[in-house]
Design a protein around this ligand. Sequence first.
Ligand code: GCB
Length: 626
Amino acid sequence: MKIQILVLAMICTLAVQVDAQSIRRAKTQDIALFPQQNEFRNVQNISGIWKFQKDSLAVGETENWQNGLAKSCDIAVPGSWNEQFTDSRDYLGLAWYEKEVFIPGSWKGQKIYIRVGSANYAAKVFVNGKPVGQHEGGHLPFAFNISPDINWNGLNRISIQIENILKPSRVPTGGLVAGGFFQSLPSANFDFFPYAGLNRDVWLYTLTPNANIQDVTLNTGFENTTGSVHVKVNVDGKASGGKVKISGNNQEFETEFVLKNGLAELDVKIPKVRLWSTEDPFLYKVKVSILNSKKVVDAYQLETGVRTFTATDKQLLLNGKPIFLKGFGKHEDFPIFGKGTALPVMIKDYSLLKWVGANSYRTSHYPYDEEYMNMADRNGILIIDEIPAVGLYFQGDQEELKARQVMCKQYVHELIARDKNHPSVVMWNVANEPTPPNISMSSLSSTNIKKADPQSVALFKELFDLVKELDPVRLRTLVGVMGGPVEWLALGDVVCINRYWGWYTNPGDIKTGAKMLSAELDDLYGKLKKPILITEFGADTYPGMHADQPEMFTEEYQRDFIKAYLDVADSKDFVAGMHVWAFADFKTGQGVIRFGGMNFKGVFTRDRKPKMAAHYLRKRWTGLED
Ligand code: GCB
């Protein structure tokens, strides 16, 4: 025990030393455009098998591990480190990744960047032993220009130091001194396993040297049968202008633009537009190219769906028509991969979403891999895109609170920079279940909700305002916990709540749970007059457990619980969507409320087999029998 405390103290001291060094931090603008291979740009995916070495005594940097790992083993990238070995499940301290890569001579003269899809939680990147940058926060990419550090005469050593210690100052929050039923190992303040490491791909890519397209922002609309795409182009370097070509549906439109201080904005009209919708997720191609001295010097191609997504006081409207959101809260989670990108699982999940009749999901509780977003665009699935602000609280150390707010703002910047052009993304969510002080199971009644303290309202308002500034068009929300204050919910354009009447309260009593839900919904709508989504409701269900009279943890109870909630929702015209918690069973820490370190509220098992509830939902949402 004493040794553990000593090691932890050393890790913390070193973490502070590392942060104190003046290594540049990642810039948000560098992740705006996903690396692309075309006639001006190159990409090399350097994922695969890397070298890996734990640094539990935090000596790596002083011992120059960035110059080569002496006692490494193999590790797969992408993939969390926790389940790839037999001794690292709960290890969250420092660890190093290393890979030697060859950079082709044809890349000489270009700007060369490294992009890391996600390193959970804090990362420092070295190229040939030299530090090139650092980033905090898992689940979002970061990139650094590494051109000056390239060795053109042989291999290049890429070293990435990662650390995932759970701390109260971090987002999501962890390392709190907890007690009672909610205590878990690792001590996360959130209900999913804090999988660490290089969870997504790593790429090297080039940008054109004198001028490159740095960002493109697309916003779409339509009037009658004419669509419009508002295009904003940001250029880094010397370019005079360029053109935007939009093509699709046997049409092609080209518009030229002039750059002023590296910026141009223009509108492209599309007569007889084919709108993007859940039934017909049609995507137009948008190609931007820029010129210098009449010569094209860079180009970038995106896809866009022309659509609008708005809210009335009761409904959500896709292209002006009411749409009811049917779907789930999900996780990136799979055995052995952990939070590592698992493409076959992604494909399977989209086919199951279609099979069950869902039209939407929430990226609970953090942004997902870019491929999830691309697939949502192509499959007509609507996304509530969430920053990793889960389990925020407002009492206690003010410095920690400030640090968390800084992180939340960074996440908002990075998420919108990365995902702003996806037609599938219809709403930004700034937090899941922030916790008011003194919340307890016995206070979870709609009638005794306490008023929020003004400081917490101000902090959320700051996040909502920032979202509006960065994306004036999309809807904004915050997902509220049972017993949470109404003032937080009031800040959003849409009210999202997670509810477990008949599970965490009134256990075993679905009927009373449904009544309480119904009463609370009426009360909330009366106060807020905005559409309400129930973004979580569900029951842990051990697959294969049955009962003639529905009983908690059986498949019958889960099915009946979900049915009761859906029936309540159907009786209220201001409920605009129902997301079952959860899509699939997922790994959590160990604790008495998580049998086998698992949350079993999935309607699919962790390996994606349907439980009874999944068959029930399919029938209810599609009308189809199996
Ligand atoms: C919640 C949380 C989610 C948990 C879920 C549960 O409200 O948002 O992260 O997994 O409850 O199952 O308790």
